[in-house]
Design a protein around this ligand. Structure first.
Ligand SMILES: *Cc1c(COP(=O)(O)O)cnc(C)c1O
Length: 516
């Protein structure tokens, strides 16, 4: 165990000493004290937090900020005072993803080795852009890129990079798809020559359940959102292969140019996984780039029980994996991976001051050449310390449990006569709605309003936070389960809360109608 002695003579910077806030060997007492104070503030918050959210309204939270203004930032206060303020302004009313009542979006509870890693990486403040700023950190990231490439099943010449999130990874996937097409079709480089006139006819295919970041990428890449053709999903919310073929043929028939298809492994709403193998085959048939968005489903690769659900991802040209979703790491931690490292050339730039070409030829690993970012956090340390302390297998058991919990919860909802469940969960998301059992046709409840109302009341009570979504225009509720510690009894309670809010809303509606 590492225990560091702090030598008071050289490490303690008394009040009034200039630069005592600087992270420096002379200020190690202050460093330890500050970090421990922060840890204590978090612990005291954990002790008093009993629900994922207090339910505070925007007005209530906003009011706390009323007496704060630019003058606050003029002169410093003590760390004690500052922490108290942070507790009041932020921690008291924030959303706690670790709470078992939080079952809304794709925010995971985090594992502790990653929090330990954050302490180290934020103090040392490595930037990943070049070897001469990062040394071992670059090699650690490269080992983890290799580990992930193996998990995906990409060959030896695969390549990857840590990114800020699935949105950036998907942007990189679409960038490679576009530029690969341009260079192979026109022999030009889009990086230098920009887009050919034909580019307004480029088309990217993804399922109608795919993530909006694909559209955003198309728009940022100058192809326009209309370049994204949304293909119908089947009744399991996976891309319908007949519809994909029809869509490709149709676009070709009207003179457009299919360049890529995106398969989603874990749609944000349903967790459904597109038929990756069949998509790979069709992509080959039509000569399309095949990108897999596994931002959500990527964590399945950790699980001995469920990894085969990702079968087909190894045939992709590129893939997105979000470690800050199903790998239980704090934000940001995400990655972008490609099967063939020669495509890196579409992204790389050389700056004389940073990563000159001579260095590259000499084999110096400058990660900036593969990244959209320049200065970049050492997020890989979180994954490194997590895998080295827990091992892949223990992390995989966390995944196994959330998949199991989702199945148990879907079972509860299916058994309940007053709930409608839209699908069998593939990962850990469940889309459903409260559907009170009517007595004959007397009951004229508007299910969309009813479920939207339930969600609002759940949010305002703060006891459990659930998500909502629209499926073909109808309002539904959604659970995203990412907490392996949650027993199914808690899910039973949450379902009970939803029902109670639903019943109350129906009663209120009936009373209002009776009065009218
Ligand atoms: C969350 C998500 C994204 C976006 O990832 P960020 O890390 O939030 O940028 C992309 N695709 C899918 C399927 C997702 O679930």
């Amino acid at each position: 165990m590492i225990v560091a002695a702090i030598k008071p003579t050289i490490h303690k910077a008394p009040e009034g000493v200039p630069y005592r806030h600087l992270f420096a060997p002379s200020n190690m007492m202050g460093y330890r004290q500050g970090i421990l104070q922060a840890v204590d503030a978090v612990i005291s918050q954990m002790n008093k937090t009993e629900r994922p959210f207090t339910g505070a309204s925007l007005a209530e939270v906003g009011e706390k900020f009323d007496r704060h203004g630019p003058a606050d930032f003029e002169q410093g206060v003590s760390m004690d005072e500052c922490l108290e303020e942070v507790q009041r302004l932020y921690m008291d009313d924030c959303i706690y993803f670790h709470d078992e009542g939080y079952v809304a979006h794709l925010n995971c509870p985090v594992v502790m080795p990653a929090l330990v890693a954050e302490v180290i990486s934020s103090a040392i403040n490595t930037s990943m852009d070049t070897w001469d700023q990062s040394i071992g950190a670059t090699l650690m990231e490269q080992k983890l890129v290799r580990w992930t490439l193996d998990g995906i099943g990409f060959p030896e010449d695969g390549e990857g990079i840590f990114t800020s999130g699935g949105t950036q990874s998907n942007l990189m996937g679409m960038l490679l798809a576009r530029d690969h097409y341009i260079s192979s079709r026109y022999g030009d480089s889009a990086k230098i020559g920009g887009l050919p006139v034909d580019s307004s006819r480029f088309r990217i295919f993804c399922s109608e359940m795919s993530h909006f970041s694909i559209q955003k990428a198309a728009s940022l890449l100058g192809l326009g959102q209309h370049a994204v053709v949304q293909v119908a999903a089947d009744d399991c919310y996976r891309m319908d292969m007949t519809a994909l073929r029809e869509a490709i043929e149709m676009q070709r028939a009207i003179g457009n140019i299919p360049i890529a298809v995106v398969g989603t492994a874990g749609t944000t709403d349903f967790g459904s996984i597109d038929p990756l193998r069949s998509i790979a085959q069709m992509a080959r048939e039509y000569g399309l780039w095949f990108h897999v968005d596994a931002a959500y489903g990527g964590g399945l690769m950790l699980s001995d029980l469920h990894k085969e659900k990702l079968t087909g991802i190894e045939e992709a040209d590129s893939a997105t994996i979000d470690y800050h979703k199903t790998f239980f790491l704090p934000v940001c931690a995400s990655g972008f991976f490609m099967r063939d490292r020669q495509h890196v050339r579409h992204i790389s730039y050389h700056a004389d001051y940073l990563n000159p070409k001579e260095q590259e030829r000499a084999g110096v690993p400058n990660m900036v050449s593969k990244s959209l970012q320049t200065t970049r956090r050492f997020d890989a340390l979180k994954l490194w310390m997590t895998l080295r302390t827990m091992g892949r297998s223990e992390l995989g058991r966390y995944i196994d449990r959330i998949v199991e919990l989702a199945q148990e919860t879907a079972g509860l909802l299916r058994e309940a006569r007053d709930f409608e469940v839209l699908h069998r969960p593939e990962i850990s998301a469940i889309v459903f709605r409260y559907c009170p059992v009517g007595e004959g046709d007397k009951q004229e409840v508007n299910l969309n309003e009813l479920n939207a109302g339930i969600r609002k009341r759940m949010f305002a009570s703060g006891r459990s936070l659930i998500a909502g979504t629209k499926v073909y225009g109808e309002t539904y509720l959604k659970f995203t389960l990412l907490n392996p510690q949650t027993p199914v009894s808690v899910m039973e309670e949450i379902i009970g809360m939803i029902r109670a809010h639903g019943e109350a809303l129906v009663r209120e509606q009936e009373q209002a109608m009776a009065c009218a």
